[in-house]
Design a protein around this ligand. Structure first.
Ligand SMILES: Cc1cc2nc3c(=O)[nH]c(=O)nc-3n(C[C@H](O)[C@H](O)[C@H](O)COP(=O)(O)OP(=O)(O)OC[C@H]3O[C@@H](n4cnc5c(N)ncnc54)[C@H](O)[C@@H]3O)c2cc1C
Length: 318
């Protein structure tokens, strides 16, 4: 039996995120798994109907905790200490990256981040993760437990089975010694599907030439129920917020289709998207590295290619 603790996240509607459903699929591939999902705040229906053994509710994350996650880190650490699971899995999101690494540090546990596969046999947990900017895959074996793993969104299909887990509230009594505090927040309107959860991602790079063309990318993303990403060059230029950045120092995504528009395909960018199922590139330079990574590509000016592509998509979906 393998006891697995999954730390859930919510989508923009407060429901269980697609990336959390993917964690369930990953955990189900382990040897005789016994799944517990922990969620902060009161559980939505999408959580109470998960196909897992147990659902644990933790105190809600207050607005002044977002980004720092002191309290939820303490709560998850206390839950891990009291339940002693074999494996703790989080999504490799902003939340999972911060909380996973802090919990591992606090409890002196081994951590493997940004993994794309997890398995176990003979009591050993093995993970696979991209290294060298995504140009190679490395396999690691944990020598101790509990092992903490963050899993790249999109690495597994979401588990859509229904169940009726037992529900328990976990009240942590840990007093949090805040090392930092949030002094102000800037609300950023977020619509549609999260970048990490999207099955279609269209990203723009320096080749777009400015902020305005990102609205064309957003139109296509909306038409296909996807999300907009960007290269660091586009974010650094101020054309789009850094929360959209894909890559080594941005987000990791593994959508069904990743469309790169005006992006050269530098290794640091590919580190965040190379595990996408299909990569499509639009670039006017046929020698650009992105064409080595793409399954489909158009050598051409995005201004000529993208609007007609968008028109065709709209026509087909009408
Ligand atoms: C430590 C470190 C971390 C980094 N982390 C990241 C990261 O997380 N994410 C990331 O993206 N980068 C990252 N970078 C930067 C990375 O190395 C590249 O500089 C960056 O990805 C380049 O962005 P780009 O492809 O948009 O721009 P460029 O490399 O300038 O490419 C622009 C492309 O647009 C094409 N183009 C131009 N005009 C058109 C047109 N009209 N139509 C079609 N195509 C056109 C060009 O042919 C070119 O291929 C990092 C770098 C370092 C050193």
């Amino acid at each position: 039996m393998t006891s697995v603790l999954l730390i859930a996240e919510r989508d923009v509607l407060g429901e269980i995120s697609q990336s959390t459903l993917q964690l369930i699929s990953a955990a189900n591939e382990l040897d005789d798994p016994q799944l517990t999902v922990a969620i902060a705040g009161s559980a939505p229906e999408s959580a109470t109907s998960l196909a897992i053994g147990k659902l644990v509710t933790l105190p809600a994350i207050s607005d002044d905790e977002v980004g720092i996650y002191d309290q939820i880190t303490a709560d998850v650490a206390a839950l891990v200490t009291s339940t002693n699971p074999d494996i703790v899995i989080l999504s490799k999101s902003d939340f999972g990256t911060v909380v996973g690494s802090r919990v591992a540090f606090r409890l002196d546990l081994a951590l493997a981040s940004d993994c794309i596969a997890i398995s176990n046999s003979g009591g050993m947990v093995n993970v696979t993760r991209p290294v060298y900017g995504g140009s190679a895959l490395a396999e690691f074996e944990f020598a101790s437990s509990p092992a903490v793993v963050t899993l790249r969104p999109g690495a597994y299909e979401p588990n859509v089975d229904a169940g009726s887990p037992s529900i328990e509230a976990f009240e942590s009594v840990v007093a949090v010694n805040k090392a930092a505090s949030v002094t102000g927040t800037v609300a950023q309107a977020s619509e549609g599907v999260r970048l990490e959860d999207a099955s279609f991602v269209i990203s723009g790079g320096r080749g777009l030439g400015g902020a305005e063309p990102f609205s064309v990318l957003a139109d296509l993303a909306n038409a296909l129920g996807g999300a907009v990403g960007a290269s660091r060059a586009a974010c650094d230029a101020g054309w789009i917020d850094h929360s959209h950045q894909v890559g080594l120092t941005g987000k990791s995504v593994s959508p069904d289709v990743y469309m790169a528009v005006g992006i050269s395909g530098a290794s640091q960018h590919m580190a965040g998207c190379s595990s996408s199922r299909v990569i499509v590139a639009i670039n006017k330079d046929g020698d650009s590295n992105i064409f080595k990574e793409a399954r489909f590509g158009v050598v051409g000016d995005w201004e000529k290619v993208l609007p007609s592509f968008l028109a065709t998509v709209r026509e087909l979906r009408a």
